[in-house]
Design a protein around this ligand. Structure first.
Ligand code: EPZ
Length: 417
């Protein structure tokens, strides 16, 4: 088991380049199951989750070969398997994203119910509601969910919650269904738009991606295409907090500033300097920060995937900051780890009240989930002394070369086996 050790770090400086977005690459890799022919996908981040998704689509029947600098070529012909086993699904929560493509392409799929994960139960009822509306027969039992449909039919589907995964799964299933599907109250995250752009390049007919009403008119078949994954807005936001928490000044490249509007707005509210051009964001520290409140919301609200990182920053901002987590029911586990470092945080249900302290102190802590792990790294940069983080495999699921990139900005961080 490896650990990450961080020592107090002076203000970060320099330039860092963000990788392709994990949460865009995952559904796009699943969408390759829908097409015949070759696709080339660029800027795929080299992450554990991506490795597991590639293993899954290879097992299902795609031929995936790595090309140079984070690109892959995917050859799709005959699909062999329509089942996703328990051990695969438990390694990769996003494995349920193959359900829509398999149902559409093979007329059936059997996927192990995604195990819960630390931040919440992660139900898939909205995904299944969409498939049933399109005529699929759904059965559940023995920890598996099975869906069958000779040919999916277009339907009108209202999502009770603008679920990212459900929106993605239903779009993929609808691409080759008979007739038109309308998704109302759809998720509008940038990763939805990237997936829709990829599918449209394959020949799909999708209108309204990025708005809460998406219309998909089924086509006969889809062909391979070339695509570059959008930059990872959460990785970019994590580096923005790294600069702020060390009072540094850095430039973050390969960024789409529009995707970071809620994060940049919150940072400006705190008093951090933010400068943007078309493809980069520069963050410069102020000598005093103001406490502020944040509430996680579906895009374009403040992203839940940035909540833990901001809790680390707020822990050392003089005054009272309040965080409300409205998306996941159990996404404050990093608070108890931060308290081991001296943070003053009170949790009451979905609300965290943070009283800023002067200095965090280094301690032994553990990553409880992906973004919590990243938040503890940021806290370690600012803390006095040495911080040792265990269970770092959570961090490796979502951050590519995290230590290397931080070291290039001056961070005192190393991995020990
Ligand atoms: C995606 O998860 C992301 N993962 C998550 O990122 C992100 O936190 C989340 O969207 C919200 O933005 C990927 O894209 C692979 P949801 P997803 O369906 O699709 C409820 C990270 O750190 N819900 O929008 O699972 C659910 O319980 C990860 O990179 C239902 O009730 O998120 C949750 O409360 C963590 N029924 C809320 O919706 C359903 O059928 C948000 O879930 C589906 C979801």
């Amino acid at each position: 088991m490896s650990k990450i050790v961080i020592n107090h770090t002076p203000p970060l400086s320099g330039t860092v380049r963000v990788s392709g977005a994990k949460n865009s690459a995952l559904p796009i890799l699943a969408a390759c199951l829908l097409a015949d022919g070759d696709s080339t996908i660029e800027d795929i981040p080299n992450l554990k989750d991506i490795e597991n998704m590639i293993a899954l689509i290879k097992w299902i029947g795609l031929d995936v070969s790595p090309l140079e600098n984070y690109s892959v070529r995917i050859r799709s012909s005959k699909l062999k398997n329509h089942e996703v086993s328990y051990d695969l699904a438990s390694k990769l929560r996003a494995s349920f994203l193959v359900m829509g493509p398999l149902l559409a392409r093979m007329g059936r799929t059997r996927v192990s119910l995604p195990g819960g994960c630390p931040i919440g139960t992660r139900p898939i009822d909205l995904h299944l509601k969409g498939f049933m509306a399109m005529g699929a027969k759904i059965t559940q039992g023995h920890g598996y969910v099975e869906a069958k449909a000779k040919k999916l039919k277009g339907a009108k589907i209202y999502l009770d919650f603008p679920s990212v995964g459900a929106t993605e799964n239903i779009i993929m299933a609808a691409c080759v269904a008979d007739g038109q599907t309308i998704i109302e109250n759809a998720a509008v995250e940038p990763e939805i738009v990237d997936l829709a752009n990829f599918l449209s390049s394959m020949g799909a007919d999708i209108k309204g991606a990025g708005t809460d009403t998406i219309r998909i008119s089924g086509v006969k078949d889809l062909k391979g295409c070339n695509h570059t994954i959008i930059p990872d807005r959460i990785e970019a936001g994590t580096f923005m907090v790294a600069a702020a928490i060390t009072k540094g000044t850095i430039k973050i490249e390969n960024v789409m500033p529009d995707h970071l509007k809620p994060v940049s707005a919150k940072m400006r509210e705190i008093g951090i300097g933010i400068k943007e051009d078309d493809t980069s964001i520069s963050v410069s520290a102020a000598d005093r920060y103001k406490p502020s409140d944040l509430k996680t919301m579906p895009f374009p609200g403040f992203p839940t995937d940035m909540q833990a990182q901001f809790m680390s920053l707020m822990s050392i901002i003089d005054g009272t900051s309040i965080i409300t987590e409205t998306i996941f029911e159990n996404r404050f586990m990093h608070a108890s780890e931060l308290k081991r470092m001296g943070a003053n945080i009170k949790i009451d249900g979905r609300t965290a009240v943070i009283e800023g302290i002067k200095k965090l102190t280094g301690a032994q802590v553990k990553a409880t989930d992906l973004r919590a792990g990243a938040a503890l790294v940021l806290a370690g940069l600012a803390a006095d002394g040495e911080t040792e983080i265990g269970e770092v495999e959570h961090i490796d699921r979502g951050y590519h070369n995290f230590e290397k990139k931080l070291i290039s900005l001056g961070a005192k961080i190393r991995r020990v086996e």
